[in-house]
Design a protein around this ligand. Structure first.
Ligand SMILES: [Zn+2]
Length: 170
């Protein structure tokens, strides 16, 4: 049975205890990801494995899976984007300690405990999203058909106009 993730988690204590946490998180909880999606509906499946590596590093590893609906930047229609993020983060409290992490870990600077999991997960999702998502199958992309039109200059000059449109759809 899969439950919702806890909102907050004491990362260092969970790493000491070697906890494995599986759960779901609603997409709407990832507030910084939402402006990049067409729909905030749905949930992501999350697995978190916390522990202590051989070199003593406390780590947070895991995966995030689910389906996002992004806006194709060629035809501006929505497109399904399967999310499959894997990460391995070394916990550090002091930014100066990042240099001691081995290459096996990306740094996660833990500024407050218990940490807000939605913030940690949002960072990992944002790192993997394409800057300009495009339909892979051009058959689904209206951008290659006759009604293609280049974005007008008003849209180019004002990226917030697109965000406004998204908000209205939500
Ligand atoms: Zn398209």
């Amino acid at each position: 049975m899969k439950d919702h993730l806890p909102d907050r988690l004491d990362l260092y204590a969970a790493a000491e205890a070697g906890r494995v946490i599986r759960g779901r998180i609603p997409l709407v909880s990832l507030t910084r990801v939402l402006p990049l999606t067409v729909s905030g509906e749905g949930e992501l499946e999350v697995v978190l494995e916390l522990g202590r590596g051989q070199e003593g590093t406390r780590y947070l590893a895991g995966s995030i899976k689910g389906m996002l609906e992004l806006q194709c930047q060629r035809c501006l229609e929505s497109m399904d984007y399967p999310l499959d993020v894997r990460f391995r983060l070394g916990l550090v409290q002091d930014p100066d300690d990042v240099q001691y992490l081995t290459d096996r870990y990306e740094p996660l600077i833990v500024t407050a405990e218990p940490a807000l999991l939605a913030e940690v997960l949002a960072d990992e999702v944002l790192l993997t999203l394409p800057i300009a998502p495009l339909h892979e199958d051009t058959g689904n992309c209206r951008g290659v058909t006759a009604d293609y039109h280049a974005p007008d200059s008003a849209q180019r000059d004002n990226p917030f106009a697109v965000l406004e449109q998204l908000k209205q759809k939500l």
